[in-house]
Design a protein around this ligand. Structure first.
Ligand SMILES: [Zn+2]
Length: 127
């Protein structure tokens, strides 16, 4: 069994977290998954240059995918907190840091950790 390097672990985790959030928003189609793969490939290069940045990767991949989706599909993920006004996307905070969260900058609230959007987007906790 090959030991998995912390770097690979961080990349795997980032991929899984962002895919989970895409599925929560029901946009995990084949071409969207390839956007995630593309971002992970680019961030692999990035984190090889700067291994200390491994814990930032999930937030960065989330932002990469958000940017890529904005060009192709529109805003993602839409804010599940504000039930009024124009639909708006959540932001990742911190932009470059560990433990990234989706936040609504309008309401000024943390909505969910990256990877846990399903729980915030109407997913009720199991009784
Ligand atoms: Zn909002």
């Amino acid at each position: 069994m090959d030991p998995i390097s912390p770097l690979e672990q961080a990349l795997h985790a980032a991929r899984a977290l962002v895919l989970a959030d895409l599925m929560a928003g029901e946009v995990a189609e084949a071409d969207v998954v390839s956007l995630v793969e593309e971002s992970v490939a680019q961030r692999r290069w990035w984190v090889e240059q700067w291994p200390d940045g491994a814990c930032f990767v999930a937030g960065l991949v989330a932002q990469d995918v958000q940017d890529a989706l904005l060009e192709r599909y529109g805003r993602w993920p839409l804010c599940p907190v504000c039930g009024y006004g124009d639909p708006h996307a959540l932001d990742v905070e911190p932009e470059l840091g560990p433990d990234p969260h989706w936040v609504c900058s309008k309401a000024g609230v943390k909505v969910a950790p990256v990877g846990a959007l399903a729980r915030a987007a109407g997913g009720k906790p199991s009784s």
